[in-house]
Design a protein. Sequence first.
Length: 243
Amino acid sequence: MSEIFFHDTHLHMDLFKDMSSIMKKIENQKSYTIAMTNLPELYKKYSKKFVNFKYIRFALGFHPELITKYSYQINLFDEEIKNARYVGEIGLDKGKNINDYEKQQELFEHIINECEKTGEKIISIHSRNSVTDILKIIKKDFNCKVIMHWFSGNIDELNLCIKRDFYFSINPKMLNTKKGRMIIEKIPINRMLIESDAPLATESNVYDFLFMKEIIEYIAKIKRIDCNKVNNIFRNNFKNLLS
């Protein structure tokens, strides 16, 4: 394979024990990285502190599971969204604890409305057991680009997202489950992006770039095309995402 196009569209930089060394490593590797935040106050902190990095961009986030405890930060989100290009991690989570699900929906709808006011955002969406509700909130003429992070919905929901021209970020853990592999096989290759969801998905404070090669090789195998072609497609997908 020729030189890999390094990119990671969903990384939790601030959850690493040694955040600064990870950032230096990413810059040295020239890996285009979108770093998620889980709260507006964290985005405000990091986006102002780390302004001289070429390959790392922080996303303005408000994780759905944090709405009850941090609802007071909605106003801060509204201030920061005016100048933020990347948004994430946001979404809905109908997991084990759904006592705050109605509040999650209200927050998500508010965030989508705020994004639409200025448009041209790139949004990474968390959608555990909630894809149908997300599609009800995001209208068909939504003027931002959507990445479905670690998609785990059903095939009908997947097809609806594909029809909306959403992107899908794929991580190595998806390769290790039957459902994850089934979903990946049905995603059009021109809508795929790479993510690590590290350190959460990797369960390690070590960050390396081998997972990108692993994903490229897997996609080449299931799509029956050359690894170099897959690599070039990922590069074009990322460029199209940013254009």
